[in-house]
Design a protein around this ligand. Structure first.
Ligand code: GLY
Length: 401
């Protein structure tokens, strides 16, 4: 029977070191290479089925993560031939993302950042891709259309201004960097202005008194006043959905990077502390952080949350005093070591993903999602795992977000 890990156990957990990190990255790049050409013009589904992703078209909110993996593989390629192969695949996929904006295909939601930062902003930053720039700017414009001025937030899902969809979700903190990039790229401050309003509203309500987080916040559709917090993908409203907590960790780190508002450092420490004190022995969280204290029988993990948290810790370490930075960098190295040892796919015959044991959504009597990708690879887990490896190998890495 597990118990949440305590500080002493956490401090003594091993950290990933140089050669091991390099081997893990080489293996991750090999997985991407082996998935091409099957996934050159098509996109993996959001989650694997029995360990294997199947190909589909560019429709879901998750396709940018695969292209992000291709760009990370491009950056970490072992040979010039490999590099050329990743470049060619990445460029093809960028064209698919531009087409998606041009025909307005499944873009009426807030996930423009998840879609367009790791795919098209990455392409623009790495290669100067004009199509990447055009697509990402169109996506940023589309994201602005989700703004609800009465509550100063970006509406997550559903038809705009639908009364029953007057809500933001914590995940959106990772859509916001696209707006900062658009302001930097165009010189037009209006993207940044909306970004800041959304961040401010989200931060005001999303962290609870015990430092856990709401998945989603509902507002009064007429006045925009806070109405209530709830969950969609957590076990129940008041529990802490693991991935939501880690969108909070990485999201507050990026919010601080872009705004330099000191109070966001405090939010970062709080949400990070809650996450780290609700981990089981092997440092990979259960899908909801309420599990892991001895009552987790048959509950699945969400390995993607550990990968996202590692990226958030490494990003925030750039802005913290040395002692705090060393602490969070050490925690990221422990999380990544645990993922490499117990969750990384080491054999393409077992899975075509990167990280086993993710959980997309698990239905309970108290939440509003349906079961999908339970105890499977999830494509963002694969992406953030590779991002964490990249960050650890190259602390100067210019992030796609
Ligand atoms: N953004 C949706 C999820 O994390 O499942």
């Amino acid at each position: 029977m597990n118990k949440w890990i305590d500080n002493a156990q956490l401090a003594s957990a091993p950290q990933v070191e140089g050669a091991e990190l390099q081997r893990a990255m080489q293996q991750a790049v090999r997985q991407v290479a082996q998935n091409l050409p099957a996934f050159e013009s098509s996109f993996p589904a959001a989650n694997s089925e029995h360990g294997f992703y199947t190909p589909g078209i560019n429709t879901d909110w998750t396709t940018g993560f695969w292209t992000g993996e291709v760009w990370l593989a491009y950056e970490n390629a072992q040979t010039p031939e490999q590099k050329a192969m990743f470049l060619s695949a990445g460029e093809k996929q960028v064209d698919s993302f531009l087409e998606r904006m041009n025909i307005h295909h499944y873009v009426d939601h807030h996930d423009m950042g998840f879609l367009y930062s790791p795919s098209c902003v990455a392409a623009y930053k790495l290669t100067g891709s004009p199509h990447g720039k055009e697509a990402a700017l169109k996506a940023a414009d589309q994201l602005l259309t989700r703004y609800r001025p009465e509550g100063e937030y970006l509406q997550a899902w559903g038809p705009m201004n639908a009364r029953d969809n007057s809500r933001l979700i914590i995940d959106c903190l990772l859509n916001i960097p696209l707006l900062y990039w658009a302001s930097e790229t165009t010189g037009d401050a209006s993207y940044r202005t909306i970004a800041e309003k959304h961040i401010h509203t989200a931060m005001k309500y999303i962290v609870r008194a015990d430092d856990s987080t709401w998945h989603t916040i509902f507002f009064d559709p007429d006045t925009g006043a806070f109405d209530h917090g709830a969950t969609c993908q957590g076990y129940q409203d008041a529990s802490a959905w693991a991935r939501g907590q880690t969108w909070g960790i990485y999201g507050t780190a990026i919010a601080y990077k872009n705004t330099r508002r000191a109070e966001y450092i405090d939010y970062f420490h709080r949400v990070s502390r809650y996450f780290l004190s609700h981990l089981p022995d092997d440092l990979c969280p259960y899908w909801d952080l309420m599990f892991g204290n001895g009552d987790e029988a048959d509950q699945p993990r969400d390995s993607s949350s550990a990968a996202i948290a590692a990226c958030g810790f490494l990003e925030m370490s750039k802005y913290l005093p040395a002692e705090d930075a060393a602490y969070y960098t050490g925690m990221a190295k422990r999380l990544v070591k645990a993922l490499i040892d117990h969750y990384q796919v080491k054999d393409f015959a077992i899975s075509n993903g990167q990280l086993l044991h993710g959980t997309y959504a698990k239905k309970t009597p108290y939440n509003t999602c349906k079961n999908s990708g339970v105890d499977e690879c999830v494509i963002w887990g694969d992406y953030y795992f590779m991002e964490a490896l990249t960050r650890l190998q190259n602390p100067e890495w210019d992030m796609y977000w």
